[in-house]
Design a binder for this molecule. Structure first.
Ligand code: ADP
Ligand code: MG
Length: 576
């Protein structure tokens, strides 16, 4: 924190540079103005700054640069490309080193989409360049007010992001040159649309417990709270890989350096199952470790949201994953402490909830001016200290998100992955399965849990056979459907159609009224069915193996398990 005395006007949230005597200029943001004095939050170590050093105030707000070349990048919270920074500075970053967020030497193949004389508005497409598997739209600057006339548009050809590709005239006939890049202030939502839509289309993650039980919608919000080690980061990686979405923005904020390094190292190796190309080609990673300056950590989620909104503006479906928002909230708490603000619960600032709400509000489905529908979905992990969800960040998040995928330590300890707790999670959205069907499954899980609790007291002998069977059915649903093997080629990702088909079969089985004589018979029969369903998960959709197991399952259901023994024997014999 730096307090500066200003000679002219200073605007809240504008950028300033604190100039060290050795010439380094440290990026800062004005976070409070009191008369002639401005409080600056420096995005760097303030070591080396002295009383009397000058501060250069700028007019612009903390911004990122938008344009082709964002995909595949790994940035810090201030949009410095980390690999390049490391190349230039070595292992230890020097304060005051900033690198342009976009490559300036790449020549992009530009195709104009408007003609001279056309009338355009902010966000309209002037032309496109191919970026990875997408058509990157070069748009009329988002800050342009009112209508503009295209005075000049570049011919098809190759241009760098710094080259002029169009000249636009405003109503007063002033000419504005346009390049392929433009800045945007990170804290201002970017949304140029005909209207905001209610999220309605399911975002299929191909994780069964999410899509079937606690669905997410494109343009919606969700959170994944869970104690340390419960699988938040792994779940986000699975989602970024398999979710049916165009672009993924990952904000790895403030986790320990080791974890962030792990993300950076493992991510570029992942192959996109959809394109067979590196997953990074449609991903942007923003990362900050807890070792980086606190203000940069605080900024990183806004940087990520802005990049997400930018690709949405192009007509794409974007998923923003913030891991973890607790670290972001901690950064907010530290900054608030330095400002000596009145602390709220657990020393978080009183505005914690409104900041969390404002962050998730950046999600949304929109109809663009040309009628295309695009979306930004926001999912954040929360890592509550001590694992209790009764803390301000989790509670503040719960109030605003549409789905709650709560991870449980007990499930993680039992290696029941993904460790989303089916008894504790919820979603306000309707996904790919009709809600009454979901409710039936939930009923079985709840009853099964009650019976299990009871059994720990009265033992198996004290439990009647109907209850015992319900517990077995709940176990089957959990083992064979809710749990999923992230390391198996087939089981790792279940498309919507397959989920609908398999879930119906599971429900058929759950609805069966068995007439077991003994608990042993009950156990043997249901375990037999479990084996069938589990093997089914590993069989490729519509393969011969898949059809064969389906026939076995149908026979099992038709005979309520009585024929299962005869059916299963030949299979077992073949295997030997
Ligand atoms: P968190 O981010 O919640 O602290 P991680 O996502 O890093 O936890 O997970 C911790 C460990 O748990 C992983 O290293 C992995 O061994 C295991 N794990 C988590 N999720 C899964 C999963 N879906 N399948 C298999 N192992 C998992
Ligand atoms: Mg983690």
């Amino acid at each position: 924190m730096v307090i500066a005395e200003a000679s002219g006007d200073v605007v809240q949230n504008s950028v300033g540079y604190c100039c060290r005597q050795d010439g380094a200029k440290l990026l800062s943001e004005v976070i409070r103005v009191r008369g002639r004095f401005a409080d600056l939050q420096v995005f760097e170590e303030t070591r080396g700054l002295r009383i009397g050093d000058t501060v250069e105030f700028k007019e612009e707000m903390l911004s990122v640069v938008l344009g082709p070349g964002l995909l595949g990048q790994i940035y810090d919270g201030l949009q410095n490309p980390l690999p390049k920074l490391a190349e230039q500075a070595g292992f230890f970053l020097k304060p005051g080193m900033y690198i342009h967020g976009l490559p300036t030497d790449v020549e992009w193949q530009f195709t104009p989409k408007v003609q001279a004389g056309a009338t355009v508005q902010a966000g309209d497409t002037l032309g496109t360049v191919p970026e990875g598997i997408f058509e990157h739209h070069i748009m009329v600057p988002f800050g342009a007010r009112g209508e503009r006339t295209v005075e000049r548009i570049a011919e098809a050809g190759t241009y760098t992001v710094e080259k002029e590709i169009a000249v636009l005239a405003d109503a007063e006939a002033n000419s504005h040159p346009v390049t392929m890049q433009q800045p945007w202030p990170v804290k201002r939502p970017l949304n140029i649309s005909r209207r905001r839509l209610m999220p309605a289309e399911p975002l299929v993650t191909r994780v069964r417990i999410i899509d079937t039980m606690f669905p997410i919608l494109r343009g919606g919000t969700y959170c994944i709270p869970g104690p340390f080690g419960a699988g938040k980061t792994v779940l986000q990686q699975i989602t970024s890989r398999h979710a049916e979405i165009d672009v993924v923005i990952i904000a790895a904020c403030g986790e320990r350096a080791g974890e962030v390094v792990e993300t950076i190292r493992s991510f570029p190796e992942l192959i996109d199952p959809r394109t067979d190309k590196p997953l990074m080609e449609r991903t942007v990673i923003i990362c900050n470790t807890s070792a980086m300056p606190v203000a940069a950590r605080e900024a990183s989620v806004y940087t990520a949201a802005t990049l997400g909104e930018y690709y949405r503006q192009m007509g794409l479906h974007v998923l923003l994953l913030a891991d973890s928002t607790s670290r972001w909230a901690q950064a907010m708490r530290e900054l608030s402490g330095r400002l000596e603000e009145i602390p709220g619960e657990e020393a978080f600032p009183a505005y914690l909830e409104s900041r969390i709400a404002a962050f998730y509000e950046r999600a949304g489905a929109i109809e663009l001016r040309d009628g295309r529908v695009a979306s930004l979905t926001v999912g954040g992990t929360v890592s509550p200290a001590g694992g209790s969800f009764e803390e301000p960040v989790t509670q503040g998040t719960l109030k605003v998100v549409g789905a709650f995928e709560g991870l449980s330590q007990t499930r993680a300890d039992a290696r029941r992955y993904p460790a989303i707790d089916p008894l504790n999670s919820w979603s306000k959205y309707t996904g790919i399965i009709e809600p009454p069907k979901v409710a039936r499954a939930q009923h079985v899980l709840r009853r099964g849990n009650e019976v299990r609790q009871m059994m720990t007291v009265v033992g198996e002998e004290g439990t009647n056979i109907e209850d015992f069977t319900v517990a077995l059915k709940a176990e089957l649903l959990d083992n064979c459907y809710l749990q999923q093997d992230a390391f198996d080629k087939v089981d790792a990702a279940t498309p919507a159609e397959r989920q609908q088909f398999v879930f119906d079969k599971i429900l058929e089985l759950l609805d069966l009224e068995f007439e077991f004589q003994t608990k042993d018979e009950a156990r043997k029969t249901v375990v037999g069915a479990s084996d069938l369903f589990r093997n089914w998960n590993y069989a490729a959709w519509d393969s011969e193996e898949f059809k064969k197991i389906l026939a076995d399952i149908d026979a099992f259901i038709a005979g309520k398990g009585t024929q299962e023994a005869q059916q299963a024997q030949p299979v077992a014999a073949e295997e030997q």
